[in-house]
Design a binder for this molecule. Structure first.
Ligand code: GLN
Ligand code: ZN
Length: 766
């Protein structure tokens, strides 16, 4: 085999800075403490630092235009001059950029910010383009070209990144949905702008341009496939080489389409799309460059260099070294900066990790080959072998429990109607019972005390006394408000996933493993690195304390297995299904302990159930099957009398409704205040057999709804859901709100419930 060094490319790098410098600079700028010039200096410094690291670690093609101040989709709109019309025309100044991006922008704000939504199946959120008939495209390439110039001073091989036209189009929404406006009619204008951008890049000396088309891994209509052909025919008119970049899954039935487009190269994801290599090698056209995404850009584990080398060798044999690039599967935006910082992790975990900086090394080693990097390959093998047998990752008891699951582990002892009857007798709740979703305001004081306790300046006993006082006050308030099913308030929790992760075996927490969620917002997901087990009860202390203070039922509050998995970095050495089921078994023990402690209502939140949905329709049934089963494993063993609730907070339910029904929770509370109860219509059409609490007010704003509007919502809910199955609750947890608004809103909610309850009872008497 030849030992020629292959070329390397990167597709994007984390931009928040190794110590979240950009986050802090942005927030200082927003609060008026930093001048615009200073913010731009920080951003520039970070870019230079990133380019330098990539060069030093052996990357030949370094991305530029991958470091937006806020969001890359917003940057694409600014570049094309196609920002939403309602923010005005002309040059986009920084204040205007942030006005578009931030809903909480400065007081005198005239426009609501652009909508934000998840970037494919990641936890990154982008700003949704707004398409309207009159939208103009007036490209402004000044920032793009300036950064290209800066990057070229660092490295010769610079490859600007653009979001491709069809993905951009598909990621946007039509402003006036009733107008019947077809965004595809914007395509000619948009392509003219893209051509201008490419020409400017070419004049500035760009040889290659990375053009991202992640939508090529999704289900496309014939119309959109045709749009791809039209678009790339047009772009082929400019004399730059396009690297058509696909990621997050295999190309599937779009594979021939992708390789038939007139582009100089195609990048494929060989981590998520491991199985597509043969088909890719068959489809690649003579002369086309193939970029092999062999290092996982979506997770934090060290690459399997040997396995990746096998794929690379195969490609090299078929098409030769000259036409290959070694790359990460997708942009490294989704992983933290440097695992070198993580010296405080348990056992050998640090050795199993690969963050952005390590991934660059892996790419360089793979391109250089096993002979040249023999020691690095050997070390990589040793770490993989250790990971397989390390005590911290294997728990035979848990593995056995998983292997021994039988039918009764997946279903409650009785069907819902029988359970509902027993629960009615046991709980004695009124019709249209009122409750909340779990958390009450996390005041600055609550946060301050927790921070002090974590730092060690507040003793555990004192901290717990503080949390007890908050909990007791919260119970008294709920009783005064007149709620029927109370909650303890979640004052002891920092975060609904972290709180559980910290108490479960198999989890670790990094010191600096931040990834961008949106804008200046970063998250530090827990790392699930070993078999999950529950050494001790996690929530019983607080739930039973709260229950001891009141005669009303207190609802136990847990985060569901799928949500915990979805909001963590998950081990990749066992199937995700197994991780979810291990979590479910741990939660099952917690439910049983809560039940034994006298908690008669238990909620298992699954707000992330929908997020895990695979991009491709064909893959969805399998995911939904194991995800639903995870919830059922967790809840199967409690008695019929124990009422199981679940909560979800997003509005696009239609697609996963059968799965939601299959969870077989006794009560489901869902967000719906914003979609005007439309989703109840879905539930009525498809039939939702159990109890349901459609959120009657939007907790995302400080506005206090009045009694009349809640009454009206409940009355319309009654048209789709029988009174004996309808619950009354806000649409999500209240932790971000203040006490005054919460008390007023809940009082109005309870008053509305009483009014509607009375009318229902008198109707049934009449
Ligand atoms: N129980 C959680 C809370 O009330 C649920 C949060 C969520 O749905 N994201 O905060
Ligand atoms: Zn919610």
């Amino acid at each position: 085999m030849s030992t020629a060094k292959l070329h390397t490319a990167n597709l994007g790098f984390p931009r928040i800075g190794p110590r979240r410098e950009l986050k802090f600079a942005l927030e200082s700028f927003w609060s008026g403490k930093l001048a615009e010039e200073e913010l731009l200096q920080v951003a520039k410094h970070l870019r230079l630092q990133n380019w330098t690291i990539q060069k030093q670690r052996g990357i030949d093609f370094i991305p530029t235009n991958d470091s937006p101040l806020y969001d890359q989709v917003l940057d694409a709109l600014v570049l094309l001059g196609a920002t939403p019309e309602r923010f005005g025309e002309g040059v986009v100044t920084l204040p205007r950029l942030f006005e578009m991006a931030r809903s909480s922008a400065h007081g005198s704000q005239q426009h609501t910010a652009m909508e934000m939504t998840k970037w494919f199946d990641t936890n990154y959120h982008y700003l949704v383009p707004e398409w309207s008939e009159g939208l103009k495209f007036v490209p402004d390439t000044s920032k793009l070209l300036a950064e290209f110039g800066e990057a070229r001073e660092v490295n010769a091989g610079v490859r600007p990144v653009l979001l491709g036209p069809i993905s951009l189009l598909l990621l946007g929404k039509v402003v006036d949905v009733d107008s019947g406006f077809d965004p595809l009619t914007l395509l000619p204008r948009m392509l003219t702008a893209y051509v201008q951008v490419l020409k400017d890049l070419q004049s500035a000396g760009a040889d290659w341009v990375q053009i991202d088309e992640p939508c090529l891994v999704t289900d496309l209509s014939e119309i959109h496939k045709a749009a791809y052909r039209t678009a790339y025919e047009k772009l082929a008119g400019v004399d730059v080489r396009l690297m058509l970049t696909t990621y997050f899954d295999e190309l599937g039935d779009n594979l021939d389409l992708a390789f038939s487009l007139p582009v100089a190269g195609v990048h494929v994801d060989l981590v998520r799309g491991k199985g597509q290599l043969d088909a890719v090698l068959d489809a690649v056209r003579a002369g086309q460059t193939l970029s092999l995404g062999v290092v996982d850009g979506r997770n934090i584990w060290l690459a399997d260099l040997d396995a990746a080398s096998v794929m690379i060798a195969k490609a090299q044999e078929r098409i030769g070294a000259d036409r290959l690039l070694i790359a990460p599967s997708c942009s490294l935006l989704h992983v933290p900066y440097d695992a070198q910082d993580e010296t405080a992790l348990p056992g050998e975990l640090q050795e199993w990790l690969s963050f952005a900086a390590q991934k660059l090394d892996e790419i360089a080693w793979l391109a250089g080959g096993k002979e040249k990097f023999a020691a690095d390959f050997a070390e990589n093998r040793r770490r993989h072998d250790r990971r397989k047998v390390a005590e911290s990752s294997v728990n035979t008891q848990v593995r056995d429990a998983l292997a021994q699951l039988v039918a009764t582990d997946f279903a409650r002892p009785s069907a819902y109607p029988e359970r509902a009857r027993k629960q009615r007798n046991h709980l004695r709740l009124p019709l249209l019972p009122t409750t909340t979703i779990g958390s009450f305001p996390q005041t600055p004081e609550v946060r301050k005390q927790r921070a002090a306790w974590r730092k060690g300046t507040l003793q555990t006993a004192e901290y717990e006394r503080f949390v007890e006082e908050e909990t007791a006050a919260c119970i008294r308030r709920q009783e005064r408000i007149g709620l029927d099913v109370l909650v303890h308030g979640e004052f002891e929790r920092n975060d609904m996933v972290e709180y559980f992760g910290e108490q479960l075996a198999g989890f670790a927490f990094t010191r600096n493993g931040w990834v961008q969620s949106y804008g200046s917002r970063c998250v530090k997901p827990p790392v699930i690195y070993g078999d999950v087990a529950r050494p001790n009860a996690m929530t019983v202390r607080w739930s039973s304390y709260a229950q001891s203070l009141t005669g009303k039922p207190v609802k136990g509050m847990l985060t569901g297995p799928v949500t915990i998995l979805q909001w963590s970095f998950v081990r990749d050495d066992v199937p995700e299904r197994d991780v979810a089921w291990q979590l479910a078994l741990a939660l099952r023990e917690e439910l049983l302990d809560l039940e034994a402690a006298g908690i008669r209502v238990i909620q298992l939140d699954e707000p992330a159930l929908r997020e895990g949905l695979p991009l491709r329709r064909v893959a969805r049934p399998e995911y939904l099957d194991w995800a639903v089963k995870a919830f059922r494993i967790a809840t199967a063993k409690v008695a019929d009398e124990t009422q199981v609730h679940t909560h979800m907070c997003y509005s696009e339910f239609a697609e996963i409704l059968p799965a939601i029904v299959a969870l077989d929770a006794d009560v489901l509370s869902i967000e719906s205040a914003r979609s005007r109860m439309e989703l109840l219509e879905d539930f009525r059409k498809h039939g939702y057999p159990n109890e349901i609490g459609p959120g009657v007010y939007d907790i995302h704003t400080p506005r206090v709804p009045n009694e009349e509007e809640i009454t009206a919502l409940l009355q319309s809910a009654l048209e789709s859901i029988g009174a004996e199955r309808l619950w009354v609750n806000p649409d999500c947890g209240l932790k971000t709100r203040g006490w005054d608004e919460v008390e007023s809103a809940l009082r109005n909610m309870c008053e509305a419930a009483r009014t509607v309850r009375a009318s229902v009872t008198s109707d049934s008497v009449a």
